[in-house]
Ligand binder design. Structure first.
Ligand code: SF4
Length: 320
């Protein structure tokens, strides 16, 4: 069932208002928003074609490393490690000014403000000082002063020294490898083996059987990140006569489909933009067999541990 959502284009500083038509979680068309306060029904062809980029089969979804005259797919971990090592070596050899960062597209043209030339970004303001140097506006400090938050440093002399043991730890139900291993945390899910492995660096820390999407609802394959965590949430949607999920969330059903509403789903970690998540499942104990609408169902004790163990941004690799 198609639905429309109001959004805006982020390509350039005009930030034109758009209306997106979404079907089964995919943007199928974009139109200028006549109600937008600034763009008032205008958008250029770049903005109106963005959904083709979003869903293009040619869109790069994985890091590619140039080896000679060809490109080779590598893992996010390898890419980040190699880029980090390169940046460190550049700073060591040429100093901090040898590296610059891209803040994204501005949402304003350069304008005069505060007596300086400034340019606004999503969540940041760059200011050009009178000597030509560029600095970030201290938005946090300014906002605190504006709403009257006292930012005077507190006396920290009575605070205990940080120690991991001060924090409550959820027990690992299936410990593997060295529990003191170091390195980046990442999660691997195999659809054919219906199994999940949790790694720290190259050390396997824990593993569990899982239940991923059952036909006709596939769990999306690829490299993702934990992007949203909820201790508990309700999961609603609508399935068609074949059992395929055709809508997500709480909405009126005009399709003749079958609504579902699963209450209090525990330890939910969304990892892709099809609203698929790693989460505990209390309604079955058939792990090792596909059972879900596309999410990765976990045994409750394992879900509790994984939720505590994996921070936002943890890499999730789902493969066949
Ligand atoms: S629709 Fe075109 S003009 Fe408007 S923000 Fe996007 S790229 Fe810029």
């Amino acid at each position: 069932m198609a639905e429309t959502k109001t959004t805006y284009c982020r390509i350039c500083e005009a930030t034109c208002g758009l209306v997106a038509t979404v079907e089964n979680g995919r943007v199928v068309s974009l139109a200028p928003d006549p109600e937008h306060v600034a763009s008032r029904g205008y958008a250029c062809k770049k903005g109106l074609a963005q959904h083709r980029v979003l869903h293009s089969p040619d869109r790069l979804l994985h890091p590619q490393k140039r080896i000679g005259d060809r490109w080779q797919r590598i893992s996010w971990e390898q890419a980040l490690e190699e880029i980090g090592a390169k940046v460190k070596s550049l700073v060591a050899a040429h100093g901090g000014d040898s590296v610059s960062f891209y803040l994204g597209n501005p949402i304003s043209q350069p304008v005069r403000d505060r007596g300086l030339l400034v340019q606004y970004f999503d969540g940041g303001v760059l200011m050009q000082e009178s000597d030509g140097s560029i600095v970030l506006a201290p938005l946090g400090r300014e906002k605190a002063a504006e709403i009257g938050i006292d930012t005077t440093p507190v006396d920290g002399s009575g605070l205990p020294t940080f120690d991991e043991s001060m924090f409550y730890e959820i027990g690992n139900p299936n410990p593997q490898g060295d529990p003191a291993a170091t390195g980046k945390k990442w999660i691997e899910v195999s659809l054919s083996q219906q199994q999940l492995w949790a790694y720290q660096g190259s050390t396997l820390v824990s593993t569990s059987l899982v239940s991923t999407g059952i036909e006709p609802n596939h769990t999306e394959q690829g490299w993702f990140h934990v992007r949203y965590k909820l201790e508990k949430t309700d999961m609603q949607g609508i399935t068609d006569a074949n059992g395929q999920v055709i809508a997500l969330g709480e909405q009126e059903d005009n399709s003749g489909g079958t609504p579902y509403d699963v209450k209090d789903v525990p330890h939910v970690m969304y990892f892709d933009y099809d609203a698929e998540a790693l989460h505990g499942a209390y309604w079955h104990n058939n792990f090792g067999t596909p059972m879900s609408h596309g999410c990765v169902n976990l045994p409750l004790d394992f879900a509790t541990w994984l939720f505590d163990w994996a921070p936002l941004g943890t890499v999730v690799w789902v493969h066949a």
